[in-house]
Design a binder for this molecule. Sequence first.
Ligand SMILES: C[S@@+](CC[C@H](N)C(=O)[O-])C[C@H]1O[C@@H](n2cnc3c(N)ncnc32)[C@H](O)[C@@H]1O
Length: 270
Amino acid sequence: MTTSVDLETHYTSRHDEGSRLSSTLKGQLELARVRDLLERYLPEPPAVVGDIGGGPGVHASWLQKRGYDVELLDPVQRHVDQAVAAGIDAVQGDARRLPWENEYFDAVLLAGPMYHLPEAADRRLALREAVRVIRPGGFIAVIAINRAANLIGATLANKLQQREKIVREILETGFSPDNERMAETTYHTVTQLRTELTNAGLRAVTVHGLTGPGGWLTVAIDAHFMDQPLPASLSDPDPLQTALACTRMADQYPELIASSSLLFAVGQRA
Ligand SMILES: C[S@@+](CC[C@H](N)C(=O)[O-])C[C@H]1O[C@@H](n2cnc3c(N)ncnc32)[C@H](O)[C@@H]1O
């Protein structure tokens, strides 16, 4: 079995992060929900936002258009080049050693490092750094991947038997060395994510289902109709709107957080 590849190889030659949030229904739902939740927690512009693990800068570009000053950091050179080409102030670097001074940002987005750092000690360092560079009272928003996502995704694709060992390892430990689809990826439970943020000293920690149960509609449609027109029975009403309505409704019920493949956690620096 192929084992997981390193970050640089994955994002440079196997995966186009620049189109991930627009080319599939699943990506479009994630994008809409990130905007939903950022609008809820970010202070009004002008404010300085750090996008740590910001990739090619899709969120940073949107924030910049809304009047925020954004600075992005990412370890993958291709992403930094794409972000700079999009007009974003971007540097190559690592979430565990940030180049900014203490209390530099009004808000920080950490959408990547927490699921690409399999060692708990590395995630602690990344959170400690994020806390260091944010001003007291500022919000840190973190995206993580739910441990249940592989089980539900493999089942929806009817591939549970082929992927059973990987799915079990991820359910039990949050990591599988044979998880060949992703680069160095680790998965959280809802409780674990909440605890990691709380242990970093953040207060008022809240975890949301980012893609929610509606995300599974987008996964099913992407899997069966990628690049093909949807049959009328599935295109009206617009399935993206259905998925969004479902996920926004589920967001009001904390018991439903665990049905989401992606988790969005926020906490405030004391
Ligand atoms: C799936 S992309 C997400 C990009 C963007 N934040 C978004 O949410 O659309 C994950 C990103 O995390 C970055 N990343 C992984 N490990 C990191 C680390 N240790 N420090 C900073 N960024 C990291 C990757 O290079 C990649 O750009």
